[in-house]
Write a protein that binds this ligand. Structure first.
Ligand SMILES: [Fe+2]
Length: 242
């Protein structure tokens, strides 16, 4: 990759090579995690953003921040898994545990004042938690052990059926996409997680938890979709080829 971002670079490749761009993509609502194959230029056109200005911003960030962010291209799958566990999945679980009681409190306190918004918000939070908590469990039980197995496998030691275990990766990617869609809608209906000035403490806290979860979930999905899963597929091909 050349030292500068170019219009036809995909968002995923930019986020992989220059992770310091991720906060900027988040700020500009550019989906680098689940629509990562989209070229920067096309994403700008879809979002009505000026391509030249976005490229200029990206290149300034790359030049200014250089090597400060964590780079994953040469890390082993086990290292990526360790990071996802330590920095994201435990935090997601804690956020889910906070979200349900907060959503209950907001439903009780704000339904009368915001009858259009609150039931929809509540339903979407339930969908997000109900869908993503089992996703985290499957990662722990299936995907992460697979990453360690593939990392140490050779053509001689690979067990029959290990290839078939890669099939759930597609399901995981689908679940990421569903979560990203829910986050997009949650962000939209809460006006970027900004509570109205007259809202109560439960709604304010709910917005804080959702804002944090939005950022960490997207980073989780980026690390898996654009770094861990391609590594596992590549390793599987190498091992299978002997
Ligand atoms: Fe995941």
């Amino acid at each position: 990759m050349t030292p500068y971002a170019k219009p036809r670079d995909s968002l995923a490749s930019l986020a992989v090579h220059w992770p310091e761009l991720i906060p900027y993509f988040e700020e500009m609502d550019m989906d680098y995690c689940c629509q990562g194959n989209t070229p920067l230029e096309d994403m700008c056109n879809q979002a009505n953003l000026p391509v030249r200005r976005v490229l200029k911003d990206c290149n300034k960030i790359i030049i200014d921040n250089g090597e400060q962010a964590v780079h994953w291209e040469n890390a082993s799958p086990g290292k990526v898994v360790e990071y996802i566990r330590d920095h994201f999945n435990r935090g997601h679980q804690q956020a889910f545990e906070q979200l349900i009681p907060l959503a209950d409190a907001v439903l009780a306190e704000e339904s009368e004042r915001l009858p259009e918004l609150v039931p929809r918000l509540y339903q979407m939070i339930r969908w997000l938690v109900d869908d993503f908590a089992p996703h985290l469990h499957r990662e722990e039980c299936l995907i992460f052990p697979l990453a360690y197995k593939l990392q140490s496998a050779t053509a001689q030691t690979i067990k029959p059926g290990l290839h078939a275990l890669l099939e759930p990766l597609e399901q995981m990617e689908q679940e990421h996409l569903m979560a990203a869609n829910l986050l997009n809608e949650l962000k939209s209906i809460t006006s970027n997680y900004c509570p109205p000035i007259d809202s109560g403490p439960a709604y304010r806290e709910l917005c804080d938890v959702l804002r944090g979860l939005d950022s960490t979930l997207r980073r989780h999905m980026h690390l898996e979709n654009n770094i861990l899963y391609p590594k596992l597929r590549q390793l599987n091909r190498l091992v299978a080829a002997g």
